[in-house]
Ligand binder design. Sequence first.
Ligand code: ZN
Ligand code: ZN
Length: 196
Amino acid sequence: MHQLQCKCGVVRGHINTKGLHNRLICYCTDCRAYARFLTKAAAHAQTILDTSGGTEIIQVAQSALHFSSGQEQLAALKLTEKGMVRWYCQCCLTPIGNILASPTGAFIGLVHSCLQRAELDADFGNEVALLNTNTALGFIKQRGLVGVLFRFLLLLIGERLSGRYRQSPLFDAAGLLRVSPRILTEAELQQLKVAG
Ligand SMILES: [Zn+2]
Ligand SMILES: [Zn+2]
């Protein structure tokens, strides 16, 4: 079990670490825009991005995610109409993670900021894939993509066949998102992407 907590401590929960997972750093410009959206608005500086503009992410099944408090503080953001749903805490703007807009998407890419840095190796292993490195700020060599895709597919198939995807805390029983995401305007997105 891995503890999940926002910076101010209002949102708390845990992740069941027994299932399939991926550990990766994503250097895509969408993850970077999401981080910038949160850090720009936050009163205190948070270190979401690494020095090359990457976001460390732990991918798990949404059914492995459990909230114990502060769920009413969860807010959601979409960079574009069709984009991923990016969750964060309204209380302190700690990012939680990214999901697809459909419940059958089944996974969540948890952003490291809501996790326990000291326990990451023990709970999720020390192999970190590096993805979307062509948009990194500086030269980073991609690694681990095949393994990530393979485990991702296995996770998806397992969640779908077992019906566990219905146990996501982020969708209601009717399969609707519990919070309707705010969608950025094109101008807002451009501003967040301006620095690469
Ligand atoms: Zn908080
Ligand atoms: Zn990304």
